[in-house]
Design a protein around this ligand. Structure first.
Ligand code: AMP
Length: 503
């Protein structure tokens, strides 16, 4: 009997006593122990009535046991449904009523508020706390580890990940065994990950980056992870010398750069630094190289598609770009109005196709149909251009596009100009309603360390490099930009703040 992901990521390591997760200086869990633990959880899932295709919703802190639970879902043929730990009970209520899981795993603190919600949907609740304790562990330990591995084919669902959705309801992206395994194999090969690697893992595991990009690739390669509960600069500085690979969101890199303990010696044995989930400023890329000698490899993906593009491992990693389409992934840039495929340097919507692309949104056939073209391309909603050397540049989300006086303004183009100013650390450009122009460009600026922004000189610099309609009509200075846990700037929050700027 075959089970596509379980066989490739777990069964191959059944008798492997190598450490998979290092939890701190004393505690670790081997591949063999992880698989045994998963088998006891699988026995409990079955005892709770979970069958193949049933959803198992999981809102827990990052722990080795949470990874074992993911493995248990694969073994049992269940659909793993991780939820951001920041979601409140009323948000979780939506996910439960939408996905109708058979089992909900949450921590002790949330048990009381979530139990009535789960029970009203005939969903059993077990608990798993950050330290591994809880009723999951206790009840599973009373059962014999399951020996049965549920048969699962390429097209069977392995996971549903809800998109963060800044507008409208969050959508459940259905990811099949093939979607996840094909991307894992591609990334292991492209980034040359081997069993000699040690990944410094500080990402959350309810998101595609920390769960699939980071964890699946290490499992596939038989590598190890230094598995930290979250990003923390002190821990990263401590463990960097013991790692060979780091995967992070851009804020990990800016925070490391702000610490004077980061230097060449600290990272002398590192093989690869990878960044994704949000744009990495070219300046960060350059500053990191200057200080450490390493060129960060930036890649681009999304929950619905896994990873689509990457800078090359051996070739030139270009700052401010997301590289080339990964092997097996087709990309094209399309004019959303005419549907014509655009040529070099023209900005349009990025569309992708490949085994990595998800099966659709959970119980939203109409929404799914809208997002796919008849020839199988998925409309990412990201605006992009391809330069004359073939490197892809992400220019922003299409919903962030500003139309001022009938002209298209791409926020990224303005942000790049503003970021070049010596007084400015970073910027975010959004639209505000304008009685005359429809929308007007508003720039939110964050000062560089120790500087006060001289707005007159910023305006002069903008006027030198940008057409009049692209120049911000209003500037706001903030200490930091609002960001979510994946480092993405929350432009919806900024848009709300500037709503009344011109009325
Ligand atoms: P998520 O589904 O949370 O992974 O978010 C996916 C979105 O993050 C993409 O559609 C992009 O808008 C953005 N994103 C991911 N990686 C990058 C990157 N390297 N540069 C710019 N934007 C990125």
């Amino acid at each position: 009997m075959a089970n596509v992901l379980y066989d490739a990521l777990l069964a191959v390591h059944k008798t492997n006593d190598k450490t998979f997760l290092r939890l701190n200086d004393q505690q670790q869990i081997s591949y063999r122990d992880l698989i045994t633990l998963a088998a006891t959880y699988s026995a409990l899932l079955t005892a709770l009535g979970a069958k193949a295709n049933d959803r198992v919703a999981v809102q827990v802190d990052k722990s080795a046991e949470a990874i074992a639970l993911y493995a248990a879902c694969l073994q049992t043929g269940c659909v793993f449904l991780p939820l951001n730990t920041a979601y409140t009970a009323s948000e979780v209520e939506y996910f439960i009523s939408d996905a109708k899981p058979t089992v909900l795993v949450c921590d002790n603190r949330a048990e009381q508020s979530l139990t009535p919600i789960a029970e009203s949907q005939n969903c059993s609740v077990v608990t798993l706390n950050a330290d591994g304790s809880g009723s999951l562990q206790q009840r599973a330990s009373e059962l014999a580890p399951a020996t049965r591995v549920q048969e699962r084919g390429d097209d069977d669902l392995a996971a549903i990940l809800y998109t963060s959705g800044t507008t409208g309801r969050s959508k459940g992206a259905m990811l099949s065994h093939r979607n996840l395994l094909s991307n894992t194999i591609t990334l292991v090969d492209y980034w040359q990950i081997t069993d000699a690697d040690v990944l410094l893992h500080g990402l959350p595991i309810y998101h595609t980056h920390g769960l699939f990009v980071a964890t699946n690739t290490m499992l596939k390669a038989g590598a190890s992870c230094i598995f930290l509960p979250a990003y923390n600069t002190d821990d990263f500085i401590k463990y960097l010398p013991q790692a060979t690979v780091m995967m992070g969101v851009p804020t990990f890199y800016t925070r490391l750069l702000a610490d004077d303990r980061l230097n060449k010696t600290l990272v002398s044995q590192m093989r690869l630094f990878i960044s994704g989930s949000a744009p990495l400023l070219a300046e960060t890329h350059e500053a990191f190289e200057q200080l450490t000698g390493h060129r960060i490899l930036e890649r681009y993906g999304m929950t619905e598609t896994n990873m689509n593009t990457s800078n090359p491992y051996s070739g030139e990693r270009r700052a401010g770009t997301v590289g080339f389409a990964l092997p097996g992934v087709d990309v094209r840039i399309v004019d959303p109005e005419t549907n014509n495929i655009l040529s070099t340097d023209e900005i349009g919507v990025l569309e992708v196709r490949g085994e990595n692309v998800f099966k659709g949104y959970w119980q939203m056939p109409e929404k799914t149909a809208q997002e796919f073209k008849p020839d199988g391309f998925f409309i990412t909603g990201d605006l992009a251009r391809q330069d004359s050397n073939g490197y892809l540049h992400i220019v922003g989300r299409d919903k962030d596009l500003i139309i001022s006086g009938g002209f298209n303004v791409y926020p990224k183009e303005i942000e790049l100009v503003l970021d070049d100013h010596t007084d400015i650390l970073e910027s975010a450009v959004v639209a505000a309603p304008h009685p005359d122009f429809g929308e007007a460009v508003v720039a939110v600026l964050v000062p560089a360390e120790g500087r006060t922004i001289d707005l007159d000189s910023v305006k002069v610099a903008a006027a030198e490099r940008l057409a009049k309609f692209k120049q911000p009509k209003k500037y706001i200075v903030l200490n930091t930009l609002p960001r979510n846990t994946m480092g993405k700037v929350q432009k919806n929050i900024l848009r709300d703040q500037v709503l009344d700027s011109f009325t």
